[in-house]
Design a binder for this molecule. Structure first.
Ligand SMILES: Nc1ncnc2c1ncn2[C@@H]1O[C@H](COP(=O)(O)OP(=O)(O)OP(=O)(O)O)[C@@H](O)[C@H]1O
Ligand SMILES: Nc1ccn([C@@H]2O[C@H](COP(=O)(O)O)[C@@H](O)[C@H]2O)c(=O)n1
Length: 210
């Protein structure tokens, strides 16, 4: 039997990265936060002073990515999340990143990947698919707290506007739009703290392993 591939998808700040990291630790698997790939692609364009809709430059940046060069703290800024969702809507950029993600998932033991299209496009045969969501207001509150703790100047209303804009852009693009796979289990964390959400996610994985 092939390895245990766990696909975690969901909108911005829903808590999928937190769950993916913890599930990887619990089940002894590698973890890939695929959002970092799009953030890193956008970062190359911003650093070179190029527009985010430059298809050729964005595609070349995606093809040239090296996971080891990531400056995670910088990539996780609010500016980079917004820029990532612009380059992520360019079909050749997405195509350039497919193999890298599938190779990561093909590890013998399996892997945990989180993003927007893991269960629908990257790993349609994943043994476990969880679609993590929460209300926009809850997600904005969590993200605003996180950014403030990291020293980024921010306020709840503008983070909420960002979250809604990103939902709209990610959900309406022509290729690999954000949506739950038909066979995903939807986990709404609006009324769950991190521990509660993790307990439910572990149960989902344990059930799928049986
Ligand atoms: N169930 C929860 N209750 C409260 N806070 C949470 C919960 N899950 C995650 N968080 C917090 O919310 C913030 C966003 O979580 P996380 O980074 O896991 O989301 P994400 O979906 O991976 O975001 P992104 O799409 O931007 O990568 C973090 O500060 C995290 O600690
Ligand atoms: N599989 C994925 C992962 C991410 N994206 C796009 O990148 C943006 C940033 O992602 P985060 O998870 O780090 O917030 C996101 O808004 C998406 O536009 C994607 O398209 N597919």
């Amino acid at each position: 039997m092939s390895g245990l591939v766990i696909a975690i998808d969901g909108p911005a700040a829903s808590g999928k990265g937190t769950l993916a990291r913890r599930l990887a630790e619990r089940f002894g698997l590698r973890h890939l936060d695929t959002g970092l790939l799009y953030r890193a692609t956008a970062c190359v364009l911003l650093d070179e002073g190029l527009p985010l809709n430059d298809v050729e430059a964005a595609t070349a940046a995606a093809r040239g990515l090296s996971l080891v060069d990531f400056d995670e703290a910088r990539l996780r800024s609010r500016e980079m999340g917004e820029a990532a969702s612009v380059v992520a809507a360019i079909p050749p950029v997405r195509a350039a990143l497919v193999d890298l993600q599938r190779r990561f998932a093909a590890c013998e033991k399996g892997a945990v990947l989180d993003g927007r299209d893991i269960g629908t496009v990257i790993c349609p045969n994943a043994r476990v698919k969880i679609y993590v969501t929460a209300s926009p207001e809850t997600r904005a509150q969590r993200r605003a707290l996180e950014l403030t703790a990291r020293g980024e100047k921010t306020d709840y209303q503008s983070v909420l506007a960002d979250v809604k804009k990103r939902d709209e852009r990610d959900g309406s693009r022509s290729v690999a739009p954000l949506k739950p796979a038909a066979d995903a289990i939807v986990l709404d964390t609006s009324d769950l703290d991190i521990e509660e959400a993790f307990r439910v996610a572990v149960e989902i994985v344990e059930r799928a392993k049986r």
